[in-house]
Write a protein that binds this ligand. Sequence first.
Ligand code: AMP
Ligand code: MG
Length: 407
Amino acid sequence: MTIIDSAAMLPVDRSIEIVLETAQTLTTEPVPLTASQGRVLAEPALADADMPPFDRSIMDGYALIASDTRADKATLQVIEEIFAGDTPQKKLQSGQAAKIMTGAPIPEGADCVVMVENTTLNERGQVVVHEKSEVGKNINQRAEFVSRGDVLIESGTRLRSMELGVLAFIGCVNPLVYRKPVCAILSTGDELVDASQTPGPGQIRNSNIYCLAAQLARAGADVRVLGIGRDNPAELSALIGEGLKADILVSTGGASVGEKDFIGQILKQHGVEIHFDKVALKPGKPTLFGSRDRTLVFGLPGNPLSALVSCELFVLSAIRKMSGFGDPAPHTIEVLLGQGKVNTLNRRQYIPCVLRSEGPGQVVDLLQFKGSGDLTGVLGTDGLAIIPEDEPPPSAGETISFLPYSL
Ligand code: AMP
Ligand code: MG
């Protein structure tokens, strides 16, 4: 029995690969820069000019010729004042200086800037320089940061605040980005009532839909809530038909082997090809993945923690692929195992954990949580410790992989 069961389960890595092979990157659209945060750039962003575009001062001070400062104190004639935005009018000769502000262009002839704090003005309006300067000091050279035509942001990069700043900087006010995947979500179960209701006997609140919607939105999906589907084939079929119009349909519950778990058979009736329906994963074994044309379908387990883990691994990978991420697979980091014991299984385990620093490293302690029905055990955790299947259990101090919850 165990052997048959285990053979039918697909390893997690292979399951993620199948999702990523099936998911197709969406089309692109220009969006206003102000609305582009979180979107994924669909073409490289190139520098439209050198940066800085001219040699400029890093300091408020005096532009001068470094060799004039060899003596202990150099006394120089101030011939001009140059503010940011000005164009210098005079060529500097030996014995002369120009008062200059941060960001202003260096005048011809000058080769360094001495900061104002290292100078004094004498009664004749000359500047006395108290430092021996060097060629290039306090000057940003033209093109020191980037040259015209350099790739500043690669295609496939998710846009954050600093990318928006750089796009503005190169005048790209309508960046080309990938379309957001439209993600229809559905909870199934006769026991569910909306979170705004008081559950009657045998009922529970539909927490999954809220958790899921937030996870998907955070990953960049355009979420459409279909609501609660009763465990009734006709009703579920109508909702699934509606959901299949989206780029991704995600349901929770009803995908297992219970007598009212209809999701798999209804999906097949709608022409959905099922790619897998059991993953060697805990929590999250009864995860179903299918597709119809370009629409992906995920049937997640109903248990709140199982749904969260399964969404994190599979649905968010699909969203990243569809929305153009260069590297859409989940990103794990290496950490040390702190306290806590675990038995290994024939399924890979993902255990919610708090990440903490200890000495030079990052450490996770394995929490004792009360099973995949208890979402409160996840509160305050930073991600999922990964316990590989079919290996001796890791002991304290060993390196293990950790999947931070995705941004
Ligand atoms: P199922 O996958 O439908 O067999 O459900 C597994 C467990 O998860 C059951 O205890 C359900 O009551 C619970 N569950 C299913 N759907 C939800 C939901 N949307 N929100 C909270 N708990 C749920
Ligand atoms: Mg159910």
